[in-house]
Design a protein around this ligand. Structure first.
Ligand SMILES: NC(=O)C1=CN([C@@H]2O[C@H](COP(=O)(O)OP(=O)(O)OC[C@H]3O[C@@H](n4cnc5c(N)ncnc54)[C@H](OP(=O)(O)O)[C@@H]3O)[C@@H](O)[C@H]2O)C=CC1
Ligand SMILES: O=CCCC(=O)O
Length: 291
């Protein structure tokens, strides 16, 4: 199977390498073209624009940072729309809001193409290991056709129905994740300030009902103030913002998520946006200025 891949950031690079490893023919494009070099060494072809990739491949996957990037790659000059048409398929795996996905879907469908949104749960390591959880929605026939690629990139795929449902599910999941990480960070600070061992807190949590892979993986590195980016904090804050907007639309009060969003914003203002999202702990450690 031949696929195009647009966006070779942390996730796109790992996902496209994985496809190559499993025998897929992959043509890649990235805004910063030099990032294609490593993929070229692993057997990928390189397209000079998104349009060129779509022209070459029946199936093209996008993995872009945010709604504006996802829209730019489709709508801008030399974008996906220029070559999409009958028999061409576009699968956007970026984390965006339902409106963004709907805009892309409408234009692709108007031109006779097929569209699927398919954001993912799981980070850099699951992407490298083909262990993502794929949250797809949109064109069911395309979902069925692209399953061989999803099976390589992920451990489980869900088909969630109409366009927007994949985006919404992803935002709900990341809203919960961001809120959990804030509570975890506050707990680490509280343990420390009240004279307890933070390592013992990690051990206690890991033995009880709150044990989870995120606390287990991030806890030790947070205690070392080490934040190499697996999931960049700026993207987690984008997801909190989009989840809060979804809450607004549906009149769902989310004070916990709103507070977590503020902490991620504060972390960004401290220059931590390109660090792993666990760096929110640094923002929580900083005392609030006295009035
Ligand atoms: N990292 C993670 O753990 C996870 C991330 N996600 C989601 O996946 C998506 C990608 O994440 P990740 O790989 O971590 O992000 P990165 O920041 O590592 O990569 C972002 C990619 O988007 C491209 N990009 C940004 N702006 C534009 C633009 N205007 N036009 C064209 N391309 C653009 C970048 O190109 P360039 O190289 O030129 O900057 C790069 O290829 C995001 O939506 C994120 O929320 C989902 C699950 C997990
Ligand atoms: O969107 C990023 C999700 C990261 C994760 O699921 O660990």
């Amino acid at each position: 199977m031949e696929v195009g891949f647009l966006g070779l950031g942390i996730m796109g690079k790992a996902m496209s390498l994985n496809l190559l490893r499993h025998g897929f023919k992959v043509t890649v494009w990235n805004r910063t073209l030099s990032k294609c070099d490593e993929l070229l060494e692993h057997g990928a072809s390189v397209g000079s624009t998104p349009a060129e990739v779509v022209k070459k491949c029946k199936y093209t996957i996008g993995m872009l940072s945010d709604p504006s990037a996802a829209l730019a790659v489709v709508f801008d000059k030399d974008g996906v729309l220029e070559q999409i048409g009958e028999g061409k398929c576009y699968i956007d795996m970026s984390t965006v809001d339902a409106d963004t996905s709907s805009k892309i879907s409408e234009e692709i469908t108007k031109k006779g193409g097929y569209f699927l949104e398919a954001p993912v749960s799981g980070s850099k390591k699951p992407a490298e290991d083909g262990q993502l959880v794929i949250l797809a929605a949109g064109e069911k026939t395309l979902y069925d056709e692209i399953i061989p690629a999803f099976d390589v990139m992920g451990k489980k795929s869900f088909f969630l129905g109409e366009i927007g449902n994949g985006a919404k599910m992803k935002l709900v999941v990341n809203m919960i994740m961001g809120s959990m990480l804030n509570a975890f960070s506050e707990g680490l600070v509280l343990a420390d300030k009240s004279g307890l061992s933070q390592q013992t807190l990690l051990d206690v949590l890991d033995l009880g009902a709150m044990a989870n892979p995120m606390f287990k993986m991030k806890g030790p590195t947070m205690l070392m103030s080490s934040y190499p980016p697996a999931f960049p904090l700026k993207h987690q804050q984008k997801d909190m913002r989009l989840a809060l907007a979804l809450g607004d639309e549906n009149a769902v009060s989310m004070p916990v998520a709103a507070a977590a969003n503020e902490a991620f914003k504060k972390a960004r203002s401290l220059g931590l946006g390109d660090n792993d999202f666990s760096a929110v702990y640094e923002a929580i450690k900083v005392p609030e200025p006295s009035p």
